[in-house]
Ligand binder design. Structure first.
Ligand code: ATP
Length: 364
């Protein structure tokens, strides 16, 4: 019963519609990541769950109950913010237990919860320190401990790791998953960092300009993006997407034609569209210097050496495309050929930008 359900929820700030008809069910006990570019409305969505923002229209259910008019304090939530929001004049121990004391949790219970949180978050020995005497990573763990001891049904986190350096972030990601696996609260986590989203989330809800683009497992948002925005946002460098028309069993890009296999021809016919956007991820392109049949022909523009990999920028009919490769023997101006792995391509309807779906042979 710890489900969260958005039913046609809108949030306006003046004329600005920042959450646009959101329909989303966050399952009880799952880790759901709200992901999207800056300003897409993900923090506002989290704040709506927390009760810190009212909704303009629609309904929000938590644990089966409509909470539109339920104040934040009565929603059984724990929240962790980007800036930790610790009380500077209180010690670690006081920060962690303050909320419990306010809620008159019995003393023995408070002590037991404090002990277990200190242990779990490796804060033992720091109990009497004030926040200013802690490192960023330690402060962040205190903020997490303060949320964990509440043992609430809903655990809401807004970019809690963004003030940490890369190494600490990697460690904290694992810690968060461990905490969640212990208590199995319904966990909603806001980030703009797709690595966090993909490694922490059971499912990822991707937003853009207030509109939910896709909600699915990390695997599916990467391999089966629902639209062009999702294909380009998930994955780095971003997926290549080029305009392609369909003609006589093939995709036409400029003056070049690539014949499609039967499974994709069927999918294209089902879509009843002729104008497509053809997507392929940089890591799924293999370039050949030797001509290959049924392949796009292009010209290398330049090459970036990242140390462990190469980014090869090439051009096909005026479209710049990037391929990622472990090794490279190409130089600028070389002619290259590439035939995509047809199990790794994406086709979108150009007018809606939505995926036309995937052949049944690929989805099993
Ligand atoms: N209190 C407010 N009054 C007016 N506009 C607001 C308010 N809070 C947020 N906004 C606007 O609503 C939009 C969504 O903001 P929100 O903070 O939800 O985005 P976000 O996706 O979390 O972005 P970020 O990653 O930058 O925090 C933005 O355009 C923002 O400027």
């Amino acid at each position: 019963m710890k489900e969260i359900v958005f039913e046609n929820v809108c949030k306006h700030y003046g004329k600005n519609l920042v959450v646009n008809h959101l329909n989303l069910t966050i399952r009880a006990g799952e880790r759901l990541i709200l992901l999207g570019p800056s300003g897409c409305g993900k923090s506002t969505t989290l704040r709506i769950i927390s009760g810190l923002e009212n909704i303009s229209s629609g309904k929000l259910y938590m644990g089966g109950k409509c909470v539109n008019d339920v104040p934040s304090g009565d929603r059984n939530i724990a929240m962790v913010f980007q800036n930790y929001a610790l009380f500077p004049h209180m010690t670690v121990e006081e920060n962690i237990t303050y909320g419990l004391k306010v809620h008159k949790v019995p003393k023995g219970d408070i002590e037991e919860r404090l002990k277990s949180a200190l242990q779990m978050l490796r804060l033992e020995g720091l109990e009497k320190r004030k926040p200013k005497e802690l490192s960023g990573g330690q402060r962040q763990r205190v903020a997490l401990a303060r949320a964990v001891v509440k043992r609430s049904d809903f655990f809401l986190l807004d970019e809690p790791l963004s003030n940490l350096d890369a190494q600490l972030r990697g460690h904290a990601r694992k810690e968060l998953v461990k905490i969640h696996e212990m208590y199995r609260q319904t966990f909603v986590y806001v980030t703009h960092d797709q690595v966090e989203a993909m490694t922490i989330g059971d499912r990822v809800a991707l937003m853009n300009k207030g509109v939910l683009q896709m909600v699915d497992t990390p695997d599916n948002v990467y391999n089966r993006p629902a639209n062009v925005f999702t294909a380009k946002f998930i994955g780095a460098p971003a997926a290549n997407v080029l305009d392609a028309d369909y003609w006589e069993n093939g995709l036409i890009v400029g003056k070049q034609k690539l014949l499609l296999p039967e499974m994709w021809i069927e999918q294209v016919k089902k879509s009843r569209s002729n104008e497509f956007a053809f997507g392929i991820r940089p890591e799924h392109i293999q370039l050949s210097k030797a001509p290959i049949a049924n392949a796009f022909k292009g010209r290398v523009k330049y090459i970036e050496n990242y140390g462990n990999r190469f980014g090869i920028y090439f051009e096909i009919e005026g479209n710049e495309i990037i391929a990622m490769a472990d090794e490279n023997d190409l130089s600028a101006n070389d002619t290259v050929y590439f035939q995509p792995d047809f199990a790794k391509i994406h086709l979108f309807d150009r007018s809606t930008t939505n995926s036309i779906g995937y052949p049944k042979e690929l989805i099993g």
